[in-house]
Write a protein that binds this ligand. Structure first.
Ligand SMILES: *C/C=C(C)/C=C/C=C(C)/C=C/C1=C(C)CCCC1(C)C
Length: 262
């Protein structure tokens, strides 16, 4: 039966709590900052708000499930309470938020509408497949070594992941390099943020392949995914805001300008 030390249990507990705060208050910021960007970019901030809102809700559920799954034992350790820890919340969250994160990026690029809908369709389908194919491997119990079913589902899920990267670097590469100075730099940076934070998930997924087992793997996976989520959702949303702000400035939008009807 899995046992956690006092420190392990509380590390996850505090990380989950931090993630809730980061999601809620970044959402508050996106709402309050909407008038700082030109009207055509506000939709990106709205989508950012939805992403962190959906994540905040799921983190509350994950937090409650974590709290209920363990009870403090006689030796001061945490032992399983018998209620299973429900990690499906994470995947449901990703299924909704991952496509929305790609939508945010495409919207803030300001592509022509025909190209935009083509890109969105491809990216949204690929991101659905990536999450759906990863889930069966995540919940497998028993053999979780590299050459187990966990490894196979992980590999299948990596195919759409690589495709997403191909679209962002290959097909959208020229769109990004065509953007003006500061906006171009910000777009390249957000793509890198996406690469590093999204690239972190498959690495965390592989934790059991490196021989980490039981409590250590559980803690590593929970802390790893939570950190990655804060960067990939709240941090990413702030960069989307910076891009929207930079494009608004380029296009001559002034904060607080009074528009009078003529
Ligand atoms: C806010 C949540 C985000 C950005 C989640 C992203 C998740 C991934 C990029 C997950 C990718 C996976 C693989 C590429 C293979 C192994 C299974 C996954 C689902 C962890």
């Amino acid at each position: 039966m899995e046992q956690l030390t006092f420190g392990q249990f509380n590390l996850v507990y505090n990380m989950l709590s931090f993630a809730i705060a980061a999601m809620i208050f970044s959402g508050v910021f996106f709402v309050l900052a909407r008038n700082r960007v030109a009207p055509q970019y506000r939709i990106s901030l709205i989508v950012s708000t939805l992403v962190v809102g959906i994540a905040a809700y799921h983190y509350l559920r994950i937090f409650n499930s974590w709290e209920a799954a363990y009870i403090i034992g006689e030796a001061g350790n945490y032992v399983a309470s018998g209620k299973p820890f429900n990690d499906a919340y994470r995947y449901i969250d990703w299924l909704l938020t991952v496509p929305l994160l790609l939508v945010e990026l495409i919207l803030v690029m300001g592509l022509a509408s025909e190209k935009r809908s083509k890109m969105l369709t491809k990216l949204v389908i690929a991101s659905f497949l990536m999450i759906l194919l990863g889930y069966p491997g995540e919940i497998i119990t028993g053999d979780t070594s590299m050459f187990s079913e966990r490894g196979l589902w992980g590999l299948l899920s990596t195919i759409p992941f690589v495709y997403i990267l191909y679209v962002l670097w290959g097909e959208l590469g020229s769109t990004i390099s065509n953007q003006s100075g500061k906006t171009g730099i910000l777009l390249r940076n957000i793509r890198l943020l996406l690469l590093f934070t999204w690239g972190f998930y498959p690495i965390v997924y592989m934790a059991p392949f490196f021989g980490w087992e039981g409590a250590t793997a559980t803690v590593a996976i929970q802390v790893g995914y939570s950190l990655a989520d804060v960067l990939a959702k709240a941090g990413y949303g702030l960069m989307i805001y910076a891009i929207a702000r930079s494009k608004s400035e380029d296009e001559g939008y002034k904060i607080g300008r009074v528009v009078t009807a003529t």
